[in-house]
Write a protein that binds this ligand. Sequence first.
Ligand code: SF4
Length: 438
Amino acid sequence: MLSRLPSARVFTLGCKVNQFESAAMAEQLQSLGYALSPGGPYDLLILNTCAVTDAAEKEALRLLRRLRRENPGATILATGCLAQERAAVFLQKAGARAIFGNDRKGNLKEVLEARAGALQLAAVGSGEARDLGDPALGKTRAFQKIQDGCSQNCSYCVIPQARGESRSLSLGRVLTGLESYARRGFREVVLTGIHLGNWGRDLSPPSDLKRLLAEIARVFNPSPHSFRLRLSSLEPTEAWEIRETLGEHPFVAPHLHVPLQAGTDKILALMKRPYRVAFYAKVARSLRELYPQMSLGTDFMVGFPGETEEDFAESLAFLRDLPVTYAHVFPFSARPGTPAATLPGQVSAANKKERAQRARAFDRARRGEFLQASLGREHLAIVENTPHAPSGRLKVLTGNYLVALLDAPAPMGELARVTLRAPQNPWGLAEAALRLDP
Ligand code: SF4
């Protein structure tokens, strides 16, 4: 009789932290003797969910039901913020065998040993952020999670309930992780966290990102031609604090993502965001002045309760005036248990959709302008391990977060010097001309 390794797959929805944690879970499954495969039949499926929007919830439940239907023999486990928050729905209606909490993702062995029928729901928010092992499986870039949880309590967000208080990975463990990626030839590591800019404040002695970057520079002295770091997302106050430090460390990619969420003080106050529009504008303009080529992304939420048509027009006008290079647009989605879910003045679905369309039109236009401004310039770009599927050509990602198609063979996973040219392909992607001159 043929024997085979049990097969497994991890499905992921949501943020970069979830992506990191899924890759780390996949790595653990391999070391536990599972074969990871893109096609079934599967013995074990893990769905890592996201609670940030209603759309993410619907997608998770749809995916779970599909997995259940297509894999009747598989054990299906669910984890992540949504599965934790809505355990009963996942177990009773959608067919998950068990749920385990975010805090258990780093110990799948224990989860799998204990899974026999029981609900494995861990308490959230205890102890140091877990080091989940290796999040680099099959990837061009490694994701290093250095912080978990959030203590900010924005009125629309379930993450503090789902992941608990902010907590940091120790400096030593961050450095060990980076050292391990560098040794294995990774040329880009993305530092991630739920509230990344809060890193270090809970450590003893307290620290912060400035000190972390200085320590990375001191220990590794990385050349930007052979190794770079990318910061995944920083709140405006933290971006302000770190803005000048970034210039001292050329190994940090010229790309920041700084969530705005709303462009009026009225809505920012209702959201319980700890800054006002004038401060955000100061941060964005200062970053643009210091780093003219930097990609500066933002999050923009439309249809928050109380947002009138006039408020939205003011908010969008404010966004248009900022030197941002792209905006992730989200319609507000009421998450059960959050203060915003019961605020008066809920906006109709039709109005949210229409506002999101207007904001996304701005996003598309601004991305196009940024691409135009980046053409003809030299960039350091990482050659992705997976070619662009429709064309079969190699794909690169620049430091300032532009994707382009390469015009010549180059080693995958390496940093290459390229000059960007105008798109000449049906996908609207820039052309990257490989620079071979010294
Ligand atoms: S900063 Fe606000 S939106 Fe971000 S995770 Fe914390 S509570 Fe949620």
